[in-house]
Write a protein that binds this ligand. Structure first.
Ligand SMILES: Cc1cc2nc3c(=O)[nH]c(=O)nc-3n(C[C@H](O)[C@H](O)[C@H](O)COP(=O)(O)O)c2cc1C
Length: 190
């Protein structure tokens, strides 16, 4: 097998912690990828609230974990080559930090590096309803090159359980990097 490619997963404090857990599970099935995980303090709270998990539990799901305060970490530099970054879920505060370039934590700095190096940055941005300010920031992020991929429910795949829904959404996110598994392509109406 060739050299592994790095992919950064940033988890911020929007609702959707089960999605991050599933994303990391699916990435663990991709031997060609080395996942680098970074999580905010807000993410720790949603992780506890939505999954009953601690940060230590989450760390076990990724081969490399970086502390969000460690702005000297490898992924803070463009010289550390990566496939890009997924921010999942992405809070509106983190969107604001990304579009303003206010990189005061490692997650924001890593996203900033992806933009400056023209690497793929996928934001699974989540809030409801979205204010004009949120929409403006999301528009700006898109203009700057980020892919805005809100973790939206789909019905055409007839999910029978919440877990099936989460699996599908995680695969949709990974398809941005051609890493999805078992994601059926839409073949048109029967
Ligand atoms: C249980 C819970 C759910 C939240 N859900 C959202 C959300 O869906 N979207 C959002 O933008 N913020 C949400 N927040 C608020 C953010 O966590 C908060 O704005 C935080 O400062 C974000 O910081 P971070 O982006 O550094 O994680 C939620 C907070 C909690 C405790």
């Amino acid at each position: 097998m060739g050299k592994k490619q790095r992919l950064i997963v940033g988890m911020s404090g929007a609702s959707g912690a089960p999605l991050t857990v599933e994303l990391l599970r699916q990435l663990s099935l991709c031997p060609e990828v080395e996942t680098h995980l970074v999580a905010t303090r807000g993410a720790e709270l949603t992780l506890r609230q939505e999954c009953g998990m601690t940060l230590d539990d989450l760390k076990q799901l990724a081969p490399v974990y970086h502390d969000n305060g460690d702005i000297g970490a490898s992924i803070a530099s463009g010289s550390c080559k990566t496939m890009g970054m997924i921010v999942c879920p992405c809070s509106m505060k983190t969107v604001a930090g990304i579009v303003s370039g206010y990189s005061d934590n490692l997650l924001l700095r890593a996203a900033d590096v992806c933009l400056k190096e023209r690497r793929r940055l996928v934001l699974a941005a989540r809030e409801s309803p979205l204010s004009t300010l949120h929409l403006r920031n999301l528009y700006e992020a898109s203009q700057l090159g980020a892919v805005i991929l809100p973790p939206m429910q789909t019905y055409y795949n007839h999910p029978a359980t919440l877990q099936e829904m989460v699996c599908h959404t995680a695969a949709r996110i990974l398809s941005q990097f051609d890493l999805e598994r078992d994601l059926p392509e839409w073949e048109g109406m029967p």
